[in-house]
Design a protein around this ligand. Structure first.
Ligand SMILES: CSC[C@@H](O)[C@@H](O)C(=O)COP(=O)(O)O
Length: 349
């Protein structure tokens, strides 16, 4: 059954500009920022104006459009050369989500087809808009595949935000939940607050409440107690990078949840578009893990909560081994109990 509601779209291209919904100030402010400069787009990705693997990819694609416009205005026939530094800047914005590099590569392919005296903007904009549209379509499709795995009356836990805000629209993990709710299979969703950046309490809770999906927010450390209560059927999360054997990098804390889930017999679903699979990595050990500023851990709303000068670490992602994952759900199909061999079914060319 199709879902009834129209979900939020955090990325809009309008009248030759890119607009991003500023996720740093949600849910209490809805502020749109306008971008006409690729360096500013790279900075917006770095500072989490926009976040979530597919959303970062779509944003970077539009960043390439802006970079090409700037290069053409500046250098005309040498625009390809003038563009290189901007592409590097976009690629350096965040390291873990492979969708960023995938999107830049897709755009690079289009650029390679263009002559050096050919104005690039129109062609690149078409390519970025295709990436944008295809992400929403992929999410809707994987949402249906994922929902089909749920039994009636399912209770779900999700971590971070893998919703409409983290994608071009509809969401991956929240796409499955949305579809499952629409199919009357989802009874309740528990949302981990997701320390330290609070994607769960600020973004996922907001998205689910807007759609009237019954939910309860909890601290991350409450997850073990919830699993021990026997109430939980599935943990459903998104992914930032999936290695060729199914090992999955996602928001810090996902690995902890998966280990606990194994102990308690709770199933783990990873929902992500195929563009999140990094076929170049045979397993998760080489996935680059972003380490963010420790101020996100030591401070809360810019106020120090830990002793001054305390030493703190802030890894943004961890890697869940494939053998702790029950299902990887993509728009190209579902892989149950993923292995390198089974994952090959998702390889498109
Ligand atoms: C559909 S989004 C999947 C992942 O990108 C999401 O779960 C996540 O970990 C996002 O991390 P973030 O640091 O907010 O970009």
């Amino acid at each position: 059954m199709a879902t009834k509601t129209k979900t939020i779209e955090p990325i809009i291209w309008r009248e030759n500009s890119l607009f991003l919904l500023d996720q740093r100030v949600l849910p209490h402010q809805q502020r749109w920022l306008e971008f006409n400069d690729s360096s500013a787009v790279a900075e917006a990705i770095k500072t989490m104006v926009v976040r979530g693997a597919p959303a970062i990819g779509v944003t970077a694609a539009y960043g390439v459009v802006l970079a090409a416009r700037q290069a053409w205005d500046m250098a005309a026939v040498n625009w390809k050369e003038a563009l290189t530094a901007s592409l590097d800047e976009l690629a350096d914005s965040r390291p873990t989500a492979v969708n960023l590099f995938w999107a830049i590569q897709q755009m690079q392919r289009v650029m390679d087809e263009l002559a050096s005296d050919q104005s690039p903007e129109h062609h690149l904009l078409e390519a970025a808009q295709l990436i944008h549209r295809q992400d929403v379509e992929a999410n809707k499709k994987l949402g249906q595949f994922g929902a089909a795995l749920l039994d009636d009356n399912s209770t779900i836990l999700t971590h971070c935000n893998a919703g409409a805000l983290a994608t071009a629209g509809f969401g991956t993990a929240l796409g499955v939940i949305r579809q499952g709710f629409s199919d009357n299979k989802v009874t309740h969703v528990y949302v981990n607050e997701t320390r330290p950046w609070l994607q769960g309490s600020r973004l996922t809770a907001w998205e689910l409440m807007q759609e009237g999906i019954p939910m309860t927010l909890q601290s991350d450390s409450a997850a073990g107690l919830l699993m021990a209560s026997g109430k939980l059927d599935w943990i459903i999360v998104g992914a930032d990078r999936i290695a060729a054997n199914g090992d999955t990098a996602n928001k810090i804390g996902t690995y902890t949840l998966a280990v606990l889930a194994k102990y308690h017999g709770v199933k783990v679903m990873v929902a992500a578009p195929v563009s999140t699979i990094d076929w170049n990595l045979s397993d998760g050990s080489a996935i680059p893990i972003e380490h963010r500023d420790s101020i996100e851990v030591t401070h809360f709303n810019q106020e120090a909560i830990a002793p001054h000068n305390v030493k703190a670490v802030n890894p943004a992602f961890d890697v869940t081994p494939a053998d702790l994952i029950d299902a990887i759900v993509t728009e190209a199909g579902v892989i149950l109990s993923p292995t390198a061999q089974l994952m090959l079914k998702l390889k498109q060319n």
